[in-house]
Design a protein around this ligand. Structure first.
Ligand SMILES: [Mn+2]
Length: 434
């Protein structure tokens, strides 16, 4: 059972209030999701964002400007099930703690939903996620106008909850920024511990264990995503997750890992030498990635967009690839022919928040969406030279480097929330050797 303070719960009420200014006569129907019994249950982000309620098999009906405004349907109390699976608030226990106007057993949802939808102008609901929920919602939408004695009315439209919630979620409130700072700082500490601990002949899995120990020792909720602990050539595999290789003297180790706290995620990558000393070719690749990142961070300001930052990253990295003899030809042609993609195949960053790849668009109507104060965005250039790339100079093959920080956009200079983690060559080497 999670204990929440009154201040915590105020946050969710405030968010619902903000929503009310955007939606009148529109009704949100959000489900928390089903417990798949794979590790800790993780409720749907939209659902948690507006309710703070974390149990599976719950449904929130939120009707800004209507009465009742906030109705929760939750699992009923059940002594036997609670012995097996843990505490349930039950409808009675939910009402006061989560400040809803009404609360019912989830088993009453299909009966009560038509009434709650009858004044809706449109319904925000995630269609296609769960066939049972889809069927129930569509049936309730069909019945709703009949309750107002309005037969023959066309059914109200169903819209994606993202349309109304993404603009709210992508801009972080001062409290959310504080929480993200905490998630980032505790993740930084876990990375630092790994940099000190990693040695040749250790298995990647032991480093993963070190991450997990430090996440949970600092009371993180969970791993933000499956941590990537990729040594040697594994670092060139973007979504490597086996984390089960013995590290060799002379390897680089790429760790992409972050913790979640207060439902908010950190997402950090560092690449460092397992034996504490970069080789000359490793240093060259690493420095190119680092220089790129340091050129781009100051541009993370309102008005710039992720699309522009990606274009600049491509230009900077293509130039570096030519200097390193990994590509040859005119920079312009190499960019036009997307030759950089072999070595830089991903995007420069993404919004970060309750989801690691958080809601929010990088393009709308084919136009880049500018960054805004209050957004948190990752900055993560990388270069990856495949081990079996016959065109690459031998000394670079099998080297993969990514450097990723989490950056808060402000009206002044951007604030790097993960700045506590070293990244200059000499600082990285010093930490690894300590
Ligand atoms: Mn990332």
């Amino acid at each position: 059972m999670v204990t929440r303070t009154f201040e915590d719960l105020q946050i969710f009420a405030k968010r619902r209030k903000k929503l009310a200014s955007l939606a009148g006569g529109e009704v949100l129907v959000l489900f928390s999701g089903k417990d798949q019994h794979l590790g800790a249950f993780r409720a749907d982000s939209h659902f948690v964002y507006l309710t703070g309620f974390e149990e599976p098999e719950a449904c929130a009906v939120i009707r800004p400007g209507l009465d009742p405004e906030f109705v929760l349907f939750v699992r009923p109390k059940d002594a036997v099930m609670e012995t097996w699976e843990g505490y349930r608030h039950g409808p009675e226990g939910t009402k006061d703690i989560y400040a809803c106007d009404q609360s019912f057993s989830i088993h009453e949802l299909s009966k009560k939903l038509p009434e709650l939808l009858k004044d809706a102008k449109s319904i925000y609901f995630d269609l296609g996620k769960n066939p049972d929920h889809d069927r129930m919602l569509l049936e309730a939408r069909r019945q709703a106008p009949l309750l107002n004695r309005r037969s023959g009315q066309p059914p109200v439209p169903i819209r994606d909850p993202k349309d109304i919630l993404a603009p709210l979620r992508v801009i972080k409130s001062p409290q959310e920024i504080e929480w993200m700072r905490e998630a980032c700082q505790l993740s930084v500490k876990a990375h630092q511990a790994c940099m000190k601990m990693a040695k040749p002949d250790m298995n990647e899995k032991q480093i993963h264990g070190c991450l997990m120990f430090h996440f949970f020792d600092q009371l993180a909720q969970q791993e933000a995503y499956s941590s990537i602990v990729a040594s040697g050539p594994n670092a060139t595999v973007l979504h490597y997750r086996d984390n089960n290789r013995v590290m060799e003297d002379g390897d680089l180790l790429l760790i992409d890992a972050g913790a979640q706290k207060y439902f908010l995620n950190a997402d950090i990558t560092r690449t460092f030498p397992v034996n504490g000393k970069f080789t000359e070719p490793q240093k060259q690749i690493y420095q190119s990635v680092l220089d790129c990142q340091k050129k781009l961070i100051p541009l993370m300001q309102p008005g710039f967009s992720l699309v522009e930052l990606q274009d600049k990253a491509i230009a900077i990295l293509t130039e570096a690839l030519v200097e390193l003899n990994l590509l040859s030809g005119s920079i312009k042609d190499l960019i036009a022919d997307k030759k950089y993609q072999k070595y830089y195949p991903h995007g420069i960053g993404h919004y970060l928040g309750m989801d690691v790849h958080d809601v929010g668009l990088s393009k709308q109507d084919d136009k880049p969406v500018p960054l805004e104060s209050g957004m948190v965005v990752t900055m993560e250039p990388g270069l990856y030279i495949p081990l079996d790339d016959p065109e690459a100079p031998l000394e670079f093959r099998g080297i993969g480097v990514r450097i990723e920080d989490d950056v808060l956009i402000t009206d002044k200079d951007p604030e790097v929330l993960t700045a506590g983690l070293v990244k200059e060559v000499k600082d990285v080497e010093a930490l690894c050797q300590s």
